[in-house]
Design a protein around this ligand. Structure first.
Ligand code: ES4
Ligand code: ZN
Length: 324
């Protein structure tokens, strides 16, 4: 089974570049940029990665991002992730970045996007890994900050396919960003949103109805609303599920209790993704293995996760044929 999963072609649709910052690179960048970090060793950093909910993770995640200063840092971060994709036979990836995490501390939008974009282009030419870039708004910040970020993104629309919504779900429902998403759609961006991760199922319906999203990031709490599950099946609305993330952030008590295989068998277009792999214990192969080790599942069902991801991806028909 391990070899089958290793060699299975994969497509990743839910990955935060800031969440791929491994402790080793964190130390290297801290040194290079003369930034103080509150850790004395790599082991100490890993020891701090024990979370009791989404917020306890986000606090550490935003702190880690402080070592990213120059364009080259964003390149190095992205390139290191693409090498992991190569290791895990990921052929195509659609990655998130959070510009506000950086612009709020004085790093320019250009520094961030130019470093990331240069690495993604090199990933295509040197590794044969295709990619799309999705810009997320931090939902704990206000509408005005999101509008400002959307404006900054406009001159980079050739590099960004979609906008998304991440960070603290509880207390920051999709409705808060209805006007921002409306403008983004008018400008020609596709839309996605984290919904139904920690927050209730109604956030999923609200994101679909108000933000016109093409797919739902996480969405695992859909099972609390039977009618919603039926709608997801009927309309083939994809969920980008992140199994190891959900266990680390205590969305489910154990992988055995995770509903991803149940949703797959009920006909929901579910996919497997790594979210913030440096923090949650693994990249794509590890996420597949964690699911398979906890749930009896056959090879055709495992391969269905990849077929679903191809279907849910933002590539054109021609590129979907290539991935199949
Ligand atoms: C995130 Cl797991 C998760 N949820 C919401 N926002 C995020 N940003 C990075 N990882
Ligand atoms: Zn996420």
């Amino acid at each position: 089974m391990k070899e089958f999963i290793q060699s299975l072609p994969k497509v990743e649709l839910h990955l935060h570049l800031e969440g791929t910052l491994e402790p080793e690179l964190m130390f290297e960048l801290a040194k290079r940029n003369h930034i103080d970090i509150p850790f004395n060793s790599i082991a100490e950093v890993r020891g701090a990665y024990s979370f009791h909910n989404l917020q306890s993770f986000l606090d550490i995640y935003f702190q880690g991002a402080n070592v990213l200063i120059n364009e080259q840092d964003f390149f190095d971060l992205t390139w290191a992730y693409l090498l992991r994709c190569q290791d895990d036979n990921v052929l195509h990836t659609e990655v998130f970045f959070d510009p506000q995490t950086h612009t709020e501390r004085g790093i320019s939008f250009e520094t961030v996007i130019n470093g990331i974009h240069r690495a993604l282009v090199q990933g295509t030419t040197e590794l044969g890994i295709s990619s799309k870039l999705i810009m997320c708004f931090l939902r704990h910040l206000d509408e005005e900050s999101a509008f400002k970020t959307l404006q900054q993104a406009q001159r980079h629309q050739d590099k960004i396919v979609a906008v998304g919504l991440d960070s603290s779900e509880i207390g920051h429902p999709p409705a808060k960003f209805e006007r921002v998403f409306k403008q983004a759609i008018n400008l020609g961006f596709l839309t996605v949103a984290h919904a139904g991760e920690e927050g209730e199922a109604s956030n999923i319906s609200e994101a679909l109805n108000l933000l016109k999203i093409s797919r739902i990031d996480h969405g695992v709490r859909c099972s609390e609303d039977e009618e919603l599950v039926k709608q997801l099946v009927r309309e083939r609305i994809p969920l980008t599920v992140c199994p190891l993330s959900n266990i680390k952030l205590k969305v489910f008590d154990s992988m055995e209790q995770h509903n991803i295989v149940d949703l797959l068998r009920r006909g929901v277009c579910v996919t497997i993704n790594s979210d913030d792999p440096a923090y949650f214990g693994g990249y794509m192969v590890n996420n597949f293995l964690a699911v398979v080790n906890a749930h009896p599942i056959n090879k055709a069902e495992i391969a269905q996760f990849t077929f679903n991801a191809i279907e849910a991806s933002f590539v054109n028909k021609h590129e979907k044929e290539r991935l199949r």
